[in-house]
Write a protein that binds this ligand. Structure first.
Ligand SMILES: NC(=O)c1ccc[n+]([C@@H]2O[C@H](COP(=O)([O-])OP(=O)(O)OC[C@H]3O[C@@H](n4cnc5c(N)ncnc54)[C@H](OP(=O)(O)O)[C@@H]3O)[C@@H](O)[C@H]2O)c1
Length: 271
């Protein structure tokens, strides 16, 4: 059945590969990117794929939470239902690590923006829908002071903490919503896949991007993920697995969610 799928960071790497696969299967594609030029090129690449479906584009810099709110509002203005949200956009090494409002870019793009986008789009997501969150094998205990912009971290700790924080809120929201909500699933797409993040971050070519794209397509659409809400899928081992132990700690997860919501309230007035 044809689905309507919003994917963030569709302009490069795993996101682009996934968007191409989903478009080829005939789904309606809502493509997000931060660069208008890259997004236009992505639309040109994806439009000829598949038949009888729509391709829309949405520009937003996810390191700016006001733009995240506008992104959600633009989607809401055009759609009263989406089936799948893939929170794929992410950042590892970047020259600019602090946002204009003093927050850590890695936490904003990888954790807080997808949380805010998901919360805003929940009314559009049917109970049979999916939210697929791009986690990682790199996971480290979350320093909520750093998440809140009150202390600074180097690239790797910030990235690994951001990926565990994303995994933690995925499970927390899944439990909060229960069967009434869409399935919220955290997925490690596979380690060291050949994206620019891996080339720039680790100076290596990396493994076939389609490894990541295929698992995201399965998580978005296949029945095996329909009852996986709150779970973590590790594509390095090819199965559902336990995340870092903090990811199973409800109290720590609630603390992370509170810290995320406090940042959102302070920055955007949304609560
Ligand atoms: N590659 C791997 O081995 C691997 C392993 C585990 C997890 N992951 C996760 O997979 C996801 C995709 O990563 P990738 O490897 O495909 O990296 P990538 O090629 O660098 O793609 C990242 C995507 O996110 C977008 N993005 C980055 N910062 C943004 C911002 N401030 N606002 C809006 N969009 C932004 C990028 O936009 P531009 O095109 O404009 O740069 C790009 O479309 C990430 O969440 C990453 O953490 C990757």
């Amino acid at each position: 059945m044809q689905k309507t799928i919003l994917i963030t960071g569709a302009t490069d790497g795993i996101g682009l590969e996934t968007a191409k696969m989903l478009a080829s299967q005939g789904h309606n594609m809502l493509l997000h990117g931060r660069s208008p030029v890259k997004l236009e090129n992505t639309v040109k690449e994806i439009s000829p794929l598949g038949e009888g479906r729509i391709v829309e584009s949405y520009v937003a810099d996810l390191s700016n939470l006001t733009e995240v709110v506008k992104l959600a509002d633009s989607v809401i203005a055009k759609h009263d239902r989406i089936d799948v949200l893939i929170n794929n956009a992410g950042v590892f090494k970047t020259a600019e690590t602090i946002t204009a409002s003093g927050l850590d870019v890695r936490f904003v793009v990888n954790v807080i923006a997808p949380y805010l986008l998901t919360r805003k789009l929940l009314p559009l997501l049917v109970s049979t829908g999916r939210v697929v969150n791009l986690s990682s094998a790199a996971q480290a205990p979350v320093d909520t002071e750093a998440l809140s912009g009150r202390s600074r971290l180097d690239h790797m700790p910030a990235y690994a903490q951001s990926k565990l924080a994303l995994t933690m809120w995925s499970r927390a929201i899944a439990q909060e919503l229960g069967e009434a909500g869409p399935a919220i699933i955290a997925v490690n797409p596979g380690s060291l896949l050949a994206s620019k993040m891996v080339k720039e971050g680790f100076g290596m070519a990396g493994n076939d991007l389609s490894i990541g794209a295929k698992i995201l397509c399965r998580a978005a659409l296949d029945d095996e993920f329909a009852t996986a809400s709150g779970k973590y899928f590790d594509n390095d081992s090819g199965r559902f697995a336990a995340p870092h132990q903090d990811g199973l700690n409800l109290q720590k997860s609630a603390e992370v969610v509170r810290a995320i919501e406090a940042v959102i309230a302070e920055t955007t007035g949304n609560s």
